[in-house]
Design a protein around this ligand. Sequence first.
Ligand code: FDM
Ligand code: MG
Length: 217
Amino acid sequence: SAERSARRGALIVVEGLDRAGKSSQCEMLQTYLAERGHDVKYIRFPDRTTPIGKLIDAYLRGSADQNDHSIHLLFSANRWELAKSMQRDIAAGISIVVDRYSYSGAVYSAAKANPTLSLDWAWQPEIGLPQPDLCLFLNISTEAAAQRGGFGEERYENEKMQTRVREIFRALFDRQDKVCVIDAGRALDEVAKDVHIAVEKCFVNSSRNEPLGTLGP
Ligand code: FDM
Ligand code: MG
C-alpha cells in the first residue's frame, strides 16, 4: 500500500563471535524478508572492497601490521564511508541486514587489553553513525564456537582473544538498547526462527515511523 511504501527501511545488525553463524543467518534473513515483499540489502563490515577495507583486509590476514589505535580508527572510517549510502537506502524504504557493526568495532579493539584503548575510547568514533533498529546478538560459547570447524587463520581467531571478546560483548550489550540476545548454539533453522520473531517485532515497532537515529555515547 502507499502507506507501507512511504515507510523507511529498517536497519538490522547481526553481531556475535566468530563461528556464531552470523553470515548464514544474515543470508537466511535477507531471503526471508525478500520473500515477504521487502526491499532488502545485505552488507558486511569490514567492507573489504574499499581502499580503507583493503588496508583492513591486509591487517586481518597478517600481511600488514598496524598500530592498535590506527587500525581501530580505520575500521570505524570504513563504516563512516558507507554511512551516507546506508541512510539513503533506509530513507528510500530499503531495509539493510548488516553483518557486524560498531559493536564488533568497539569490542574487538577493547579485547586487545591495550591500556590506552578502553571500551569507552573505542566507542567514541562510532557516535553519530546510523543507529540500528535492532541488534541481534548471536550468543555462542567459546567451546561450541571452537567445535564448529575450529579457528581460522586470521588475526583474532584464537581462544584467548575470543574469550575476551565474549566478555566485552556482554559488558557493551548491558548498556545498549534494542539488543536481542539469541542462543546460537543450536541448529541453523532453530536460530533462524528466533531471528524472524525478533525481526517481525522490530518491523511492527512504531519507531520505524520516526527517522533513523544515530548512535549515542
Ligand atoms: N572486526 C570487525 C574488528 O576488529 N573491528 C570492526 O569494526 C569489525 C567490523 O574483524 F575478527 C573484526 C572481527 C573479526 C574480523 O570480521 C573480521 P569477519 O566478519 O570475520 O570478516
Ligand atoms: Mg571471521
